[in-house]
Design a protein around this ligand. Structure first.
Ligand code: 13P
Length: 213
């Protein structure tokens, strides 16, 4: 017998495996979580996203108590802050993917609007991306930085660290993380070139037709 939680565990293994296979995560970098009716599933600390085992994925209750599986990612407070401030969030993906991390390091990146609207899909899937100041990995203060945004951003860049993307479910969050990574690659490739941004009207139209992120 398999229930919805078993299915989600399998989906985490499958989609994290795809992220790893395509080089969006290397070594044991990155962590992924999903919201459950009775708590959260999150990848274990120091786990390789390409080698997860369904039964070893950590389960936490609503208060963050560890219920089962291996020791949870040290970034749980970061994930938790997205769930608490964005009721629509069903999954959170944090990566150290190369190009989004490059944007988080470049001095010229606007911390208020890290990813200008250069293509429709980044507007539709990722929305406006804010940079939060550097804080060491695993510092619970990361949660406070995210809470201060009051749920206005589905995606952020952690300065000098990497992207964090939330989505309504795991598939959406993974797709948005990939969209952000590939857009960051375009932005770094286009550095120093004059670029044409989507107009305000075009961005508004995307929001009207496809919904706000
Ligand atoms: P964990 O191995 O604890 O998930 O941490 C990895 C990471 O990406 C830190 O930001």
């Amino acid at each position: 017998m398999t229930g919805p939680e078993d299915h989600l565990r399998q989906e985490m293994v499958r989609l994290c495996g795809l992220l790893f296979a395509r080089g969006y995560s290397v070594g044991s970098a990155g962590n992924v979580s999903v919201r459950l009716p009775d708590g959260y599933l999150i990848t274990p600390t120091n786990a390789m996203l390409g080698a997860l085992e369904p039964d070893r994925i950590s389960k936490l209750d609503h208060d963050g108590n560890h219920l089962g599986g291996d020791r949870p990612s040290k970034e749980f407070p970061l994930h938790r802050a997205f769930y608490d401030t964005r009721p629509q969030a069903g999954a959170v993906v944090h990566l150290h993917s190369t190009w989004a991390t490059a944007l988080s390091v470049l001095a010229g990146t606007d911390p208020e609007d890290c990813v200008p609207p250069i293509t429709p899909y980044v507007v539709m899937r990722v929305g406006r991306v804010k940079m939060v100041p550097y804080i060491r990995p695993g510092d619970p203060g990361m949660g406070d930085l995210i809470r201060a945004l009051e749920g206005r951003h589905a995606a952020v860049l952690l300065a000098n660290h990497g992207p964090v993307v939330s989505g309504k479910d795991l598939f959406s969050a993974v797709c948005a993380a990939e969209e952000l990574e590939e857009t960051a690659k375009l932005l770094v490739a286009l550095q120093g070139s004059e670029v044409r941004l989507l107009s305000r009207e075009a961005v508004d139209e995307l929001g009207r037709v496809f919904g706000q992120i």
